[in-house]
Design a protein around this ligand. Structure first.
Ligand code: 13P
Ligand code: SF4
Length: 315
């Protein structure tokens, strides 16, 4: 069991300070904001102007005033920012940071599945490419998936691509859910036995897992929540010890914002290699070279925006 080690890169203090300073200079020079997902390395979260979950980051993208948004996360997140805010330049801090789950479905797969279920509305997890969003009726994130599915008129829902999130939603809706067989390679690694073992080691602890986990893991948890919802839960609920079933990067904020509480990662396999590709060096280089600009064909962007706007309209 892992007690502590959110992705820290060991480097001399002087070097760290120089890199941090350089990011601040570049923010001024480019009139840029740096936004980061909750799973990013500590050093990246520390230079970000805003850190959040996928829903918060999408909302943020519509509010940003700066000319440039430097996105520290994975590609679909930066794409969402570019879809929602076409007048800004969106840079993906690390160009190779992708989401294997998002890559489990492409526009052709979606077309084929839609052909099989012509009466179903397509609800797509935000962890998808712009092209898949463009072929969907509405997007959702882990924070609002139940609400979004309930908001759709159709009785049948084709839910793509995360079968685990889709199965979690099925618990709270009477709609007929058709689940595409995608999954998150990180959360899917967690099994129920590991949760039970963790509970034995920390009797009375509260177990929080992400809805991308398998159903049998969710069965063993006290709550299944998006990353920022976990932060809110830990802040507001009375427990002292929390066993966490999501990517390890979240532990940084959990510990920082709740100094009197203990957070334990349930498994040391909960590391998303793609989220960890971004470092202070990649942020600096991307900003210096103004590289990794996200571009989306306008026809695709407009269709994908409809699906994202539909989601953001639901509070
Ligand atoms: P949230 O932060 O929206 O819960 O998303 C988790 C995730 O896996 C993003 O890739
Ligand atoms: Fe994709 Fe899972 Fe990594 Fe999130 S944690 S970026 S869903 S692989």
């Amino acid at each position: 069991m892992r007690q502590h080690s959110p992705g820290v890169i060991e480097r001399p203090e002087k070097e760290l300070l120089e890199l941090r300073q350089r990011v601040q200079e570049l923010k001024r020079k480019l009139n840029a904001v740096v936004v980061a997902h909750n799973y990013q390395r500590i050093e990246v979260q520390d230079v970000a102007d805003f850190v959040g979950d996928s829903l918060e980051l999408s909302r943020k993208a519509t509010e940003v005033d700066a000319d440039v948004i430097v996105f520290c996360g994975v590609d679909f997140m930066a794409e969402s920012a570019a879809i929602l805010n076409p007048l800004k330049t969106v840079l993906l801090a690390e160009s190779s940071a992708c989401c294997p789950m998002a890559e489990m479905i492409d526009a052709d797969d979606l077309k084929e599945w839609k052909g099989r279920y012509p009466d179903a509305a397509v609800v797509c997890y935000v962890n998808t490419s712009a092209a898949v969003k463009a072929g969907s009726d509405i997007c959702c994130t882990s924070a609002n998936a139940v609400k979004i599915v309930e908001s759709v008129k159709n009785k049948e829902i084709l839910f793509v691509p995360d079968k685990n999130l889709g199965s979690y939603v099925s618990r709270y809706t009477s709609k007929k859910m058709i689940l595409y067989p995608g999954y998150c390679i990180v959360h899917h690694r967690l099994n129920a036995k590991q949760v039970l073992q963790a509970r034995e080691l920390f009797p009375g602890a509260t177990v929080l897992v992400h809805p991308e986990c398998r159903p049998e893991v969710i069965d063993q948890a006290d709550a299944a929540l998006s990353t920022s919802q976990m932060i809110q839960y830990a802040r507001e609920k009375p427990g002292k010890i929390f066993l966490i079933g999501t990517e390890e990067g979240l532990l940084y904020r959990l510990r920082q914002e709740n100094p009197g509480k203990t957070f334990v990662l349930i498994s040391n396999a909960l590391i998303c290699p793609n989220m960890k590709r971004t470092t202070l060096e990649t942020v600096v280089r991307t900003m210096e070279e103004r590289r990794n600009i996200i571009t989306i064909p306008e026809e695709v962007r407009l269709k994908a925006k409809r699906a994202l706007d539909g989601m953001l309209a639901i509070r």
